[in-house]
Structures are given as structure tokens and as C-alpha cells.
Ligand binder design. Structure first.
Ligand code: CA
Length: 227
């Protein structure tokens, strides 16, 4: 799961990014409203964490604008103001939840899990289930039947992307943006290499899903009905 953190207090931003990465999330950081907004338009994120008071463009108007342009990524707004009108303003602008500063990292993590569950009915705590398969991103493994298959970090992120979007075709560009990041300079054929490796690892009689190639577009995950 890839998170965009838009927070101008560098010390706080660095600490949050460090903590989130330790918890297995991929994190990109922006320090002002304009560059954060540009990054949000790439649609490479599963969640935006947006500070309310930002230089160049403040959080609420940034959220309004990305919603107007059709970006549906869930937004958690961080606010130092705790007046009810401020919270309402953030939610009305299109934020999905808010957190009042100062907050504990436990609460932030719980809100992130809640927002990702709201989007997806297949999350069980930190884990994601598709049929009988359970992906455990923190442990970098997937359980199929009584088998545990170990994955690398990137394979985990790739499989998580498929599990979270299991009714959609995902393009190679989307895979690059979400798994390697919008600034990455990897070649597009790296996607094929990773898909190939992942398929090889997932060869198991218990495996109830497959990664299918959608010619000319990308890939999608297909669940078997009879397993
Ligand atoms: Ca700020």
C-alpha cells in the first residue's frame, strides 16, 4: 500500500514516514500543497495524509481541487485546529477522516487501517484475504491452504495491489507507479519479470487465484470458483 504524506513540518514528516515504512507501507513525501497536489494527480496512491496548514496551497483547498478533478483516493486530514467547524470543513472538502494534532502513532495506524477497510471488504487487520488465500504484507508472505509462500518486498507490494483491486485490470504503468514509485526510472519490462516470478512462486495446488494477462492492457487477478 502506497501512501502520500503531505506535511510541511520536516521533523514530523520524516518521523511519520520512517514509522510508516517500518510498518510495511510505501511512503512518498511532499512538503507543500502545490507539489502534493501534483503528486496526488498521478493516482499512484492508496491513501493521502494531508496536513491542513501547508505552504503555497492549504490542505482543504487542495483536497477540494483533487476531488473536483475526479481523484477518489481516500484522504486523512491532519489538523491542529479542533473546532468543530474546521473538522466539518475538511470533511466537506472531500476528506474521509481527520486526526487532530498531536496524535499517537497507534491512532494514526488504526485510522489508516480503518480507511483501507472501508474501501475494501477483504481486509482482516493487516492482512488481506482473497478466497482462501491470505496475504500478510507485514510478514511478506501469502498463505494458500496449509502452505506459506515467502515473497520479497516488491512481490508483496505487487500482490497486494492485485488483491486490493481484484475486480480491475491494472496497467503496467499503474504497477510501476504504485510499486516502484512515480519517480522511479525502472524499465517497463521489469513488471513482466516480477509477474513471471510471482506466478512461479504461486504454483500450488491450493492456490485459488491466478494473475492473468490482459493483452495490450495489463494484468488482473482471477479467482477460481471451484477451489
Ligand atoms: Ca503544517
Amino acid at each position: 500500500m502506497r501512501i502520500l504524506l503531505i506535511e510541511d513540518e520536516v521533523a514530523l514528516s520524516d518521523a511519520l514516514a520512517f514509522m510508516l515504512k517500518k510498518k510495511g507501507y510505501m511512503v512518498d513525501v511532499a512538503y507543500d500543497g502545490i507539489s502534493g497536489e501534483e503528486m496526488a494527480y498521478t493516482d499512484a496512491y492508496d491513501l493521502l495524509i494531508v496536513d491542513r496548514m501547508l505552504p503555497f496551497k492549504e490542505g482543504v483547498s487542495m483536497i477540494k481541487d483533487i476531488r473536483l478533478k475526479g481523484i477518489k483516493t481516500p484522504v486523512l486530514i491532519l489538523t491542529a485546529k479542533d473546532a468543530i467547524s474546521d473538522r466539518v470543513e475538511g470533511l466537506d472538502a472531500g476528506a474521509d477522516d481527520y486526526l487532530i494534532k498531536p496524535f499517537s502513532t497507534e491512532e494514526l495506524l488504526a485510522r489508516i487501517r480503518a480507511l483501507s477497510r472501508r474501501q475494501n471488504d477483504i481486509c482482516e487487520g493487516e492482512n488481506i484475504r482473497v478466497g482462501k488465500a491470505i496475504l500478510k504484507p507485514l510478514h511478506k508472505e501469502v498463505e494458500v491452504g496449509n502452505e506459506t509462500i515467502k515473497l520479497t518486498f516488491k512481490e508483496t507490494q505487487l500482490l497486494e495491489l492485485f488483491f486490493r483491486n481484484r475486480k480491475q485490470v491494472i496497467t503496467r504503468e499503474q504497477i510501476i507507479n504504485r510499486v516502484w514509485g512515480i519517480d522511479s526510472e525502472v524499465e517497463i519490462n521489469i513488471v513482466e519479470i516480477y509477474i513471471h516470478n510471482l506466478r512461479k512462486k504461486l504454483v500450488s495446488e491450493h492456490c485459488n487465484f491466478a494473475i492473468e494477462t490482459v493483452r495490450g492492457i495489463g494484468y488482473c487477478i482471477k479467482e477460481a470458483n471451484n477451489v
